[in-house]
Structure formats: C-alpha cells, structure tokens
Design a binder for this molecule. Structure first.
Ligand SMILES: C=C1C[C@]23C[C@@]1(O)CC[C@H]2[C@@]12CC[C@H](O)[C@@](C)(C(=O)O1)[C@H]2[C@@H]3C(=O)O
Ligand SMILES: O=C(O)CCC(=O)C(=O)O
Ligand SMILES: [Fe+2]
Length: 326
C-alpha cells in the first residue's frame, strides 16, 4: 500500500480506518459507584456490554494526576534511558512490540507485576523514586475500586457471599498486573483517512480491568453485534472491562469485551490499567450459585495458571477462550 511505502515510521503497524464522529458510543452505561443502584447497574452493563464507565469512585484526582505526570515525564526521557527499564519480557519497558508473539502497535508502555503481599514494593521498575511512589499510591487506590466493583458485581448477580468474586483478587498469590501505555501522536498518517493501530483488538484474560486515561480518546469497544464504537475519554472516570476469566465464572452471563486502541494523529494518549487476576492455582469455572437447575458449564475446567500460559502463547487478536469451550 502506497501509504505504508512512504511512511517508514509506521512500517509493521497495522492500520485502521480513522474513526469518524458518528462512531461514538452513545449508549455507554455510566455507573455511579456511590449510588444504591450500583450493583444492579453494574451487572446489567456487564451482561449487555462487558464494559461501563464508573463515576464517583472516590479516588482523588491528585492520585491520578500525579501518576499521569510522572508517566509523561518517564516517556519523555531519551530512548536509551527508557530502554534501561526494558525489554518487556513480559515486564518492564516496551516499545511497539506487544507480547512475545509478533504483535505490533503504535505505543510504548511499562508493564509491571503487582505484588499483593507488599503493595509498597509493587513495582521494581522504573527506578525513579517519585514515579514509584505515584505508582504505589495509585495502584493501592485502584485496587480498592476493583474490589468494590467486584463486590457490587456479586450483589448484582444475587450471590450471597459478597467476596465470591473479589476474594479472588484479594487472595494471597493473586496475579495482578499494571500497565501504563503511551500512544504518541502518529503525524505520518494525518489526513490520510486511516490511523495507526495503537493496541490491536483483544479481550483481557483476567477477571477485571480498570482503566483511566488522559483526555485523548482512542479506546474502542466491539458491541455484541460486532460494531466498533469509540469511547469518549473522561479523565475523571474509570472504565471497567470484564475479562475472559469473569466470563467463565459467570458461565457467559458477563461478556468479556473485545476492545482496541486507535492512535490519534495529533495528540498523545496516556492510559493506566489495573488487571485483576486470581492466584495461579485458582480454578476458573462457573460459580455454582450461578448455575440454574440442570445448567452445565459452557467451559472445560482449567486453572488461571493454565489459562495464562495459553494466553501468553497466543496472538493478541486470538479467541483465547475458544479452546476451553466444551
Ligand atoms: C500478545 C499478547 C500480549 C498479552 C499477552 C499476549 O500473548 C496475549 C494477551 C495480551 C494481554 C492483553 C491484556 C493485557 O494488556 C496483558 C498484559 C495481558 O495480561 O494479556 C497483555 C499481554 C502482554 O502485553 O504481555
Ligand atoms: O491503553 C488503552 O487504552 C487500552 C489498552 C489495553 O486494552 C490493554 O493494555 O490491555
Ligand atoms: Fe486490554
């Protein structure tokens, strides 16, 4: 394609049709976490979209802004300095390469393991003390939001044990990951009617993902009819995704949402995402309380460790759950 031949900067990055204003998601469920109706609204959104916007979540703007500023400062460092925190195999600093199986996107990122036993020691990279402090403060806060949301999910599903889902991310050995993504503006494609893929389409393997971004849009989700819609950015809100494991725990009632990021040609996008996963040995199978009389699991039994291994051997856009369907 001519565009690619004349724009070496985006070589190897898949292109997407640029979103137009009509692609905006008008039916976005917005959940007020402080409202008594939150559990039902959350369950409803997870059944219809696997995705919702969360407001009144209680995390101070300062906590979010501090991490964003530190991230911007980190990503503005000379390339050689950033490379000292990489490569991401899988944790650390990465640029353009996503995962280990050949996926490429117009972004750079930090992928960090969160040690739930000691949140204060959550992140070994980056080395800057201010950045690490901002990360630890933010991760502790967003993790609490994830727990409150999962408690509300259980209530919304009519499960008596409030911690039936949240207990999996608070358990010792739970597998939590944090990611800061930076999508630089992709000037090379400006005005050409196409955009660079920032992060290609995929579902998140974990239970829950809680995302916060700066004011630059780019995130898109696929509706159940396959239509891609753009999510308007809101730096004060969180966006919550259902992951594959939660789809299985609810026997398909909650939908693991397919999503992707389109790079902007003019503005940088910075996003930070908390991925809540269970312990490696946790069995991932529909909660008995959710199976109706005679209802069978749609999935073969597996542990999070088995699913994670399969996920890390797959390409980003693969349907990772397909091999676990009965
Ligand atoms: C291509 C890949 C990147 C990914 C691991 C994988 O092999 C397939 C799942 C990808 C994903 C998507 C959600 C999260 O961003 C992520 C950290 C995760 O747990 O699964 C990434 C993985 C990654 O970037 O290493
Ligand atoms: O950066 C974003 O807005 C979303 C990225 C994403 O989906 C991911 O990192 O799994
Ligand atoms: Fe994702």
């Amino acid at each position: 394609m001519v565009v690619l031949a004349s724009t070496p900067a985006v070589d190897h990055i898949p292109l997407l049709r640029s979103p137009d204003p009509g692609d905006y998601f008008s039916g976005m469920p917005v959940v007020d976490l402080s409202s008594p109706g939150a559990p039902r609204a959350i369950a409803d959104a997870c059944e219809r979209f696997g995705f919702f916007k969360l407001v009144n979540h209680g995390v101070p703007a300062d906590t979010m802004d501090r991490l964003e500023s530190e991230a911007v400062r980190f990503f503005s460092l000379p390339q050689a300095d950033k490379d000292r925190s990489g490569p991401a195999y899988p944790f650390g600093y990465g640029s353009k390469r996503i995962g280990l199986n050949g996926d490429m996107g117009w972004l750079e990122y930090l992928l960090l393991a969160v040690d739930s036993a000691s949140l204060s020691g959550a992140c070994a990279v980056p080395s800057c003390a201010l950045f690490r402090a901002a990360l630890n403060e933010y991760i502790a806060a967003v993790r609490k939001v994830a727990v409150r949301v999962m408690e509300a999910m259980a209530e919304g599903l009519g499960i008596a044990a409030v911690d039936a889902l949240s207990g999996m991310v608070t358990a010792e050995g739970s597998d939590q990951v944090f990611r800061v993504n930076h999508y630089p503006p992709c000037h090379a494609l400006q005005g050409l009617g196409c955009s660079a893929t920032g992060f290609g389409e995929h579902t998140d393997p974990q239970l829950i993902s809680v995302l916060r971004s700066n004011g630059t849009s780019g995130l898109q989700i696929a509706l159940q009819n396959g239509q891609w819609v753009s999510v308007p950015s809101d730096r004060d809100a969180f966006f919550v995704n259902v992951g594959d494991s939660l789809q299985v725990l609810t026997n398909g009632r909650f939908k693991s949402v397919k999503h992707r990021v389109v790079a902007n040609s003019l503005k940088s996008r910075v996003s930070m995402i908390y991925f809540g996963g269970p312990a490696m040995t946790q069995r991932i199978a529909p909660l008995p309380q959710l199976l109706g009389a005679g209802e069978q699991s749609l999935y073969k039994d597996f542990t999070w460790g088995e699913y994670k291994k399969a996920a890390y051997n797959s390409r980003l856009g693969d349907n990772r759950l397909a091999q676990f369907h009965r």
